[in-house]
Design a protein around this ligand. Structure first.
Ligand code: SAM
Ligand code: CA
Length: 260
């Protein structure tokens, strides 16, 4: 599988596929069908180029899958997004999909604790003429969000926010991002089904079918994030400030529309 490629390995002969495993669909063949029929033929060249770069990174499993990015691009256009926020950039797959979907004068404020990841993908942004849309900030997302809220005139000004950094802070991000997104604006939280494990109650044995999805050892940290994701999903379902839509695309993607 392309997602197992390691730094220093030969360039794959075929176009690399990132996260072909990242679906909760029961049929791998059906997922491939979606990618090959509807996603890859329409994928911008720059996205393919960034995929070539990202797949060589040992942590390429972190990048969002191509079908989810196609969905996000469509969503941004449907809501006429001009100004967006991204928390968790990695090499820039979701950031590039966003930058390509925004108008020429659009802006993305992008936050990641590690600029080195983004530096790998940045030449593609430059080559494709969207680098001017990116305002990259390196650091802890919570501190940067607090700084932005305190010192900069961004409150209620973002059309969209994509949250895809450390899952343990999703609830903390929610409070801050809600203040930054405009009324009627959308926040997308990624990985909200956590590989399907959200159905497993704390301390209960993992069902066979889930062990097949995740053959690697299940760590304490993984289960802790699972429990926090369950809490977060419950919290969002009861939050009167947003309307929600919990999609089973990729690893689970929850959209929140700010209504208060
Ligand atoms: N959205 C990216 C994409 O589609 O390719 C993937 C993001 S990756 C899953 C998560 C990123 O969040 C990593 O690049 C990591 O450095 C960053 N991150 C983790 N914890 C963070 C924190 N507390 N503040 C800012 N960034 C953080
Ligand atoms: Ca993700």
């Amino acid at each position: 599988m392309a997602s197992e490629a390691r730094v220093g390995e030969e360039e794959p002969k075929q176009l690399p596929v990132i996260n072909e495993h990242k679906t909760l669909l029961n049929s791998e063949a059906l997922y491939q069908y979606i990618l090959e029929t509807s996603v890859y033929p329409r994928e911008p060249e720059a996205m393919k180029e960034l995929r070539h770069i990202t797949v060589k990174h040992p942590r390429c499993f972190m990048a969002a899958a191509a079908d989810q990015l196609q969905f996000m691009s469509m969503l941004l256009k449907l809501i006429n997004a001009r100004k967006t926020l991204e928390i968790g950039v990695f090499t820039g797959s979701s950031l590039l999909a966003t930058a390509l979907a925004l108008p020429e004068d659009g802006k993305v404020l992008a936050i990641d604790i590690n600029r080195k990841y983004f530096d790998l993908g940045f030449p593609v942004f430059q080559k494709t003429g969207v680098a001017h849309k990116i305002d990259f900030r390196e650091g802890l997302a919570l501190s940067i969000l607090d700084e932005i809220l305190e010192k900069e005139e961004h409150s209620g000004s973002f059309d969209f926010a994509f949250v895809d950094a450390d899952k343990i802070n999703y609830i903390n991000y929610h409070e801050r991002v809600l203040k930054l997104v405009r009324m009627g604006g959308v926040i997308g939280y990624d990985n909200t089904l956590w590989g399907g494990f959200v159905v497993v109650p704390p301390g209960e044995p993992i069902p066979e079918e889930l062990l097949k999805i995740k053959p690697e050892p299940i760590t304490e940290e993984f289960l802790k994030i699972k429990d926090l994701t369950v809490e977060f999903n419950k919290f969002l379902a009861a939050d009167p400030r947003v309307e929600i839509c919990h999609l089973s695309i990729a690893d689970g993607f929850t959209l929140c529309r700010r209504i208060h």
